[in-house]
Design a protein around this ligand. Structure first.
Ligand SMILES: [Cu+2]
Length: 348
């Protein structure tokens, strides 16, 4: 590492050690992949496969209007138990939470990811997702209930195209999409006793075909690497329930530092924008609860990613802790606290 550092200091090029060993592959060290929260940022050699299992858990607690946290009493519009229906709260001209307010949500996701190098310049990938969503609520009469939904989510696939590469940098275009394999028609008997549609954020998929184009830049230096990525998730048309989820735009940048050839640490910053939902599901009653309000799905989030990557006999471990540093939410929504992402992968 010290030698690398010394070489980097006296070199004008990005990779001083390239000339030291002809077969040296800088992209094979611990920082070969971007931090765990990033997808579509590396290519594979022709004929090479990669399998990955990725786990994510995101925690949300308490409501926020815009940038300000509010109490459950404020979210329900009453400090003393009434109803339901209670008075609810009016935000941006929309009255909601007359039935109940969400207080907490966890979204777990299991992901199975396969990549294949179809050629030197094209890597194909697919990813199956299994979300498991749990939401806690308080009614206007201050009794609590919990709803849960889990199963097969939407499936992503696409092609990563090498736009440009040289010995120390890559430009990669992600020609990605997702198909609506996640069920959006599931119902729950909690809390009403009769089957009711899950609110928007508890559904397993978007119900639409989504275009997910993205562009990534990566640059490798002797003892560190960095990258930047713009990634989108754009629903096309409306689903069979008459709405589409919001557009999503993410801009990430990160730096990974090699502690040894097999161990690196990373720091990442993520800007995330989501627009409100389009259309309306007739079964979503926004007056009863804020999670059914189409306008209250958008906002801006700034997330930090503190990660580590470890390469052990061909097994690649990638983990990241992702606290949300600031957020500006449309209407009233649950506040995101943090996420944890971990993955194991192997190439062969
Ligand atoms: Cu891969």
């Amino acid at each position: 590492m010290l030698l690398r550092f010394a070489l980097a200091c006296c070199s004008l090029g990005c990779l001083a050690s390239v000339s030291m060993a002809d077969n040296f592959d800088r992209r094979a060290l611990a920082d070969k992949h971007a931090p765990a929260g990033i997808m579509g940022a590396h290519l594979h050699d022709k004929g090479e496969w990669m399998v990955e299992y990725k786990y994510m858990n995101m925690y949300m607690e308490d409501n926020q209007i815009g940038e300000n946290k509010v109490s459950d009493a404020t979210a329900l519009g009453t400090a003393t138990p009434v109803g339901p229906p209670g008075p609810g709260i009016t935000v941006d001209g929309v009255t909601t939470n007359r039935g109940a307010t969400p207080t907490q949500m966890t979204m777990e996701m299991h992901m199975a990811h396969i990549m294949y190098g179809a050629s030197e310049n094209v890597t194909l990938y697919t990813m199956a997702m299994l979300p498991s969503i749990t939401m806690d609520h308080t009614r206007a009469n201050y009794t609590d209930f919990t709803t849960h939904n889990s199963g097969f989510g939407d499936t992503a696939f696409g092609a990563l195209l090498r736009v440009y590469s040289d010995e120390c940098q890559d430009w990669i275009f992600n020609l990605g999409c997702s198909v609506p394999t996640g069920d959006i028609f599931r119902e729950t008997s909690t809390p009403t006793g009769s089957p009711t549609a899950f609110p928007y954020p508890m559904r397993l998929g978007s119900g639409t075909f989504n275009a997910r184009p993205g562009l990534t830049y990566r640059r490798f230096h002797d003892w560190y690497s960095w990258g930047a990525q713009f990634q989108t998730d754009l629903p096309i048309g409306k689903n069979y329930r008459g709405y589409s989820v919001g557009d999503e735009f993410r801009f990430n940048s990160w730096t990974s530092v090699l502690l040894t050839d097999n161990l690196s640490v990373s720091l990442r910053g993520e800007h995330l924008w989501r627009t409100e939902y389009d259309g309306q599901d007739p079964a979503a009653n926004g007056t009863l609860i804020s999670t059914n309000v189409e306008q209250f799905r958008g906002g801006y989030w700034y997330n930090l990613g503190l990660g580590a990557q470890y390469l052990f006999h061909g097994h690649y471990f990638n983990a990241e802790f992702v606290p949300t540093i600031s957020q500006d939410l449309n209407g009233i929504q649950l506040e995101t606290d943090y996420a944890f992402i971990a993955s194991w992968s192997k190439s062969f």
